[in-house]
Design a protein. Structure first.
Length: 253
């Protein structure tokens, strides 16, 4: 086991560290290699990690950090600021409110816990879970089995989401593309769905919701308020009923 303690300044580590711990505030540090069971504790400033880290834990507030490579079972704990993850992260967990974070590549079984602020996910996320109210979040690509839990605020989903679930009252949310088996639970406020939704369910009283495109087997449950459906709906069901004020279920359920 190797320990590196202290604030390295413009340091480059080109090795394959095994069970290595880096403690301190690295400034403009580059780690090239495949760290195995590595722990980075501190506030890295302009740090670059190149290589697929395996079972790596980053604890602290990384500032302008870039991770290049498919991280495998990586945990990031803290508030990453302007962080870029390039590559398909596999079983990656991000805990904390990421600020201006970009994830490029198809994340596989990735969990983001906390309110991401101005976060961009580029690529088809596979079995991705976002827990918390995402603020100004953009998901580009066809998300596959993605779950968003919390009231997303000004969130944009571009691409045909496949088996996507949005739980919570989305506020000013835009879904562009034909959503396939998508479920929106909660009263969406100023939500726009562009494209032919296929087997889409909206549960709750939608407020100022616009659906553009021929919805196929779409169900809207609840009293829609100022809702617009443009184009020919195919097998669309609108069930207007009174909604319980404390939950999203019908009163007579």
């Amino acid at each position: 086991a190797t320990a590196i303690t202290g604030p390295p300044f413009r340091t480059t580590v080109i090795e394959l560290p095994f069970r290595t711990t880096i403690i301190g505030l690295p400034f403009r540090t580059t780690i090239i290699g495949l760290p195995f069971r590595t722990t980075i504790i501190g506030l890295p400033f302009r740090m670059t990690i190149i290589g697929p880290p395996f079972k790596t834990t980053i604890i602290g507030l990384p500032f302008r950090t870039t991770i290049i490579g498919p991280p495998f079972r990586t945990t990031i704990i803290g508030q990453p600021f302007r962080t870029t993850i390039i590559g398909p992260p596999f079983r990656t967990t991000i805990i904390g409110p990421p600020f201006r974070t970009t994830i490029i590549g198809p994340p596989f079984r990735t969990t983001i816990i906390g309110p991401p602020f101005r976060t961009t996910i580029i690529g088809p996320p596979f079995r991705t879970t976002i827990i918390g109210p995402p603020f100004r979040t953009t998901i580009i690509g066809p998300p596959f089995r993605t779950t968003i839990i919390g009231p997303p605020f000004r969130t944009t989903i571009i691409g045909p989401p496949f088996r996507t679930t949005i739980i919570g009252p989305p506020f000013r949310t835009t879904i562009i593309g034909p959503p396939f088996r998508t479920t929106i639970i909660g009263p969406p406020f100023r939500t726009t769905i562009i494209g032919p939704p296929f087997r889409t369910t909206i549960i709750g009283p939608p407020f100022r919701t616009t659906i553009i495109g021929p919805p196929f087997r779409t169900t809207i449950i609840g009293p829609p308020f100022r809702t617009t459906i443009t184009e020919l709906p195919f097998r669309t069901t609108i069930i207007e009923n009174e909604i319980c004020s404390s939950c999203v279920h019908l009163i007579d359920c």
